[in-house]
Design a protein around this ligand. Structure first.
Ligand SMILES: NC(=O)c1ccc[n+]([C@@H]2O[C@H](COP(=O)([O-])OP(=O)(O)OC[C@H]3O[C@@H](n4cnc5c(N)ncnc54)[C@H](O)[C@@H]3O)[C@@H](O)[C@H]2O)c1
Length: 258
């Protein structure tokens, strides 16, 4: 039931081999899916191209999620190559460096705009672009990635916490909007993992320590654990689940204290 054989998927958010989206891409490919991967800039194209070469018959396309034109062009390319789309993984997030180290009260209007645009609005914009492709397949599954910093305060997570709150709310509104078209929308809230994005947060290793100390399983999570849950949420095994934020955090979210 977690088989993705014969399915076509879009994965946005692969930067390098430590990216959560790359772990999901590998697991989805191992379950039989054919994938489209994107790169946001010429600078990252080579990285993504090298990783994509490990997949069978991948499709590669540019997509800076701040551009409506690139989102539309991506959907057109996928339509031409795949003739529809069964699932979409959204793993794009960004906030300017000062917003992740300055006191939260210093958050700039521009920093707020960029963080919310790249990390939350992009799910809505991309969803709108690929919706007709999913309708061609009679429905689809969409998955984004969030962090518990949307609900609770973690030092320096700052405007990214606000963006994740907007992202999680968007998951619920999109799920309600698109459910009648048989399109499901969910998020995985992952425990902290060392990646390119997380290394931009000052004191990130402190998050990992807190989770290790307090999570019921007394450890951090691994990329493969997030990826396995992702494949479940992308597959028909989860066909009655939508609008959900699934915690893949070794149970950290239930902890009330040491
Ligand atoms: N690492 C963690 O601890 C953790 C925990 C929970 C949730 N997440 C979330 O997982 C997702 C993936 O992050 P990651 O930790 O794998 O790091 P990552 O740096 O590998 O991935 C972030 C991706 O966002 C992309 N991106 C940034 N700006 C973009 C733009 N304008 N257009 C298109 N793509 C753009 C980057 O190219 C990169 O591929 C993010 O949403 C992140 O917030 C991460």
């Amino acid at each position: 039931m977690t088989d993705l054989a014969g399915k076509h998927g879009l994965i946005v958010g692969v930067a390098n081999k430590r990216s959560i989206s790359w772990a999901i891409a590998q697991a989805a490919a191992a379950s039989g899916a054919r994938l489209a991967l994107t790169y946001p800039s010429a600078r990252l194209e080579e990285n993504v191209r090298e990783l994509a070469a490990k997949l069978e018959n991948p499709l590669l396309a540019p997509c800076d999620v701040t551009s409506d034109e690139q989102m539309a062009a991506l959907a057109a390319t996928i339509d031409r190559e795949f003739g529809g789309l069964d699932f979409f993984v959204h793993g794009a997030a960004f906030a300017p460096q000062p917003e992740l180290s300055n006191p939260f009260v210093e958050t700039s209007r521009e920093g707020f705009r960029i963080a919310l645009d790249v990390s939350a609005y992009s799910l809505i914009g991309l969803m709108r672009a690929v919706m007709p492709l999913m309708e061609k397949r009679g429905g689809g599954s969409v998955l984004t990635l969030t962090f518990i910093g949307s609900q609770r305060v973690f030092p320096n997570y700052n405007v990214m916490g606000v963006a994740k709150a907007a992202l999680e709310s968007s998951v619920r509104y999109l799920a309600a909007d698109l459910g009648p078209r048989n399109i499901r929308v969910n998020a995985i809230s992952a425990g902290p993992i060392k990646t390119l994005a997380s290394s931009g947060i000052s004191g990130f290793s402190g998050f990992m320590q807190i989770c290790r100390d307090r999570a019921p399983l007394r450890r951090n999570v691994e990329l493969s654990e997030v990826a396995d849950t992702a494949v479940f949420l992308l597959s028909s095994a989860s066909r009655a689940i939508t609008g959900e934020i699934v915690m893949v955090d070794a149970g950290f979210h239930v902890s009330g204290g040491p």
